[in-house]
Design a protein around this ligand. Structure first.
Ligand code: XUL
Length: 530
């Protein structure tokens, strides 16, 4: 196995909304350690709920930047007490919640250079931030800034063509524009602006870490085709922004050695390398070892789709990011708000709260549901922007209700046709080797997996990857150490456990669902337009 060395480890960190986690793997990619610090309960002095503060306007959402630093102090101390051998870590990397931003005050870089190993980090850099409370991804207070940016760049589709997404409130460029408008002094006194992930990497480096191209794609500021900042977008948000952001780098970049602070305080090897950190969704893509042609369908309260793309087609929905593990590829992220709760609602109404009965009803109806189609947006949907429950018969006539059996099949077929439709809308093509990797709560229901296999006409595999973002950080640390673009990521993770094949499409699926998809597309477009 390429570059395997006895005893060495790779460490992945995840700075997420509610906690900071660490996960170590050995050279055979086996997980050998996990630890976590919860913000609300382990650091109650910051009075966060779910790791953040929701302000009175209900739109502004922030987290105390220094809390993230103190959480790292607590986490590393815990690992030390548990006897974790930091000296064996050959490389570390990690992830952060996407879009959040950190504002380093002039002089902060020299504070990072002079960290003293006898003191905790948070005591030494508590005065290093020009903004104390970092805006995070849950913030939606920047609608005006999004409109300004879209207008400056020539419209929403044009902004999407360049940056991979139309203007989104949580995207960092719009957050920076708001800070510049509302608090120019703080903006002007910031010598550097980091994303949560590059901020975390900066702590380990003892110097400013560059922003990686993949998480940098979640800012509405990066030209994802040229893989450099889009000057027009920077100018539309705030002056002098290029200098404050620094030059972006590929996500697998080996940034340098860990700061001597960590060597002296925790016993890291001075040779331990820090590989660029990236966004949590990008980390999950790496942790799940997504490859060209694959789709990850994560089924939780909302359903999320990760796609590996070679030729992206930015749209007014979803997000295209530069791929975190492949220098030429892209990834797409699509979020569907009506996921498990909608499926469970139909189970409760039609199948007496029982998944067994739900499965029996499903089995009693034919694939394609005799042409009946249901669209269930119980709450305002993101993809597409629409709300309401709609039922149609085989000739597209609206129906008030379906029989319980038809309803059960309709919710599953409707949801997975939508997942496929919107994946194709951003450039995904289902090829013969396409694998759907299912994860999350609903992936334990084999009847649901069969519907997915038929609708996508692709094999469905199940993944039981806990802490996928953190695991991705550890895999990426190894990838970066072995040379990033010189070694395919897929070679680095070859020895990781195999996926389990869970469902294979039926032979009539292609014909049935190709036709149904065309009808679903037209019906959904009508609903979204009205
Ligand atoms: C993605 C997004 C969230 C955060 C959560 O665009 O905003 O998934 O990354 O941590």
């Amino acid at each position: 196995m390429a570059g395997r060395q006895e005893g060495r480890m790779f460490l992945g960190f995840d700075f997420s909304t509610q906690q900071v986690k660490a996960l170590a793997i050995n050279d055979a990619l086996e997980v050998v350690h996990t630890s976590a610090v919860q913000f609300d309960t382990d650091l109650p002095q910051y009075r966060t709920q779910g790791g953040c503060h929701i302000h009175d306007d209900k739109l502004t959402v922030t987290s105390p930047t220094i809390m993230w630093v103190e959480a790292l102090d607590v986490l590393l101390n815990r690992m030390k007490k548990q006897g974790f051998d930091f000296s064996k870590v050959a490389a570390l990397s990690g992830t952060g919640q996407q879009h959040g931003s950190v504002y380093w005050k002039t002089g902060a870089q020299s504070a990072l250079h002079k960290l003293e190993s006898n003191l905790p980090l948070h005591q030494q850099i508590k005065d290093c931030f020009s903004i104390q409370d970092s805006p995070i991804w849950m913030d939606s207070s920047t609608t005006q800034q999004c409109q300004n940016l879209e207008q400056a760049l020539g419209g929403a589709q044009r902004l999407a063509d360049i940056t991979g997404s139309r203007g989104y409130e949580r995207f960092t460029g719009n957050q920076i524009a708001k800070i510049y408008e509302k608090n120019q002094d703080a903006y002007n006194s910031s010598e550097r602006i980091s994303l949560v992930c590059s901020f975390a990497a900066s702590l380990f480096l003892g110097d400013y870490s560059p922003i990686d191209l993949s998480d940098g794609s979640g800012m509405n500021l990066l030209d994802i085709n040229r893989r450099e900042w889009c000057q027009a977008a920077l100018d539309a948000c705030a002056p002098d922004l290029k200098t404050k952001l620094g030059q972006p780098v590929p996500s697998y970049e080996n940034l340098g050695a860990v700061s001597s602070y960590f060597v002296d305080r925790y016993g890291f090897s001075p040779d331990c390398r820090v590989v660029a950190f990236t966004g949590d969704n990008q980390g999950s893509l790496a942790g799940m070892r997504l490859q060209e042609g694959d789709v990850v369908l994560s089924m939780g309260t909302s359903d999320t789709l990760f796609l590996w793309l070679t030729t992206p087609q930015p749209a007014l929905e979803g997000h295209i990011f530069v791929n975190p593990v492949d220098p030429l590829a892209y990834m797409a992220l699509l979020c569907f708000k009506n996921g498990s709760l909608t499926r469970e609602g139909i189970r409760n109404n039609c199948a007496d709260n029982s998944w067994d009965k739900f499965d029996q009803l499903l089995a009693s109806t034919p694939r394609g549901n005799d042409g009946n189609i249901g669209i269930y947006f119980d709450i305002q949907e993101i993809t597409p922007s629409a709300v309401g429950v709609y039922r149609f018969n085989a000739t597209n006539e609206p129906q008030n209700s379906f029989s319980p059996a038809t309803e059960v099949r309709a919710v599953l077929e409707g949801q997975f046709l939508a997942r496929r439709l919107h994946a194709e809308n951003v450039g995904f093509r289902i090829g013969p080797d396409c694998r759907v990797l299912a994860t999350g709560g609903a992936s334990s229901n084999t009847s649901i997996l069969q519907v997915i296999a038929d609708v996508f006409n692709a094999k469905v595999y199940v993944l039981d990857v806990a802490n996928s973002a953190c695991l991705g950080g550890a895999y990426r640390a190894k990838h970066g150490l072995l040379g990033g673009d010189k070694v395919p990521f897929s070679d680095v993770v070859k020895s990781a456990p195999e996926y389990k094949l869970a469902a294979t499409p039926n032979s009539d699926a292609l014909q049935i669902y190709t036709a149904l998809l065309q009808r679903y597309k037209a019906l959904e477009e009508n609903i979204a337009q009205s």
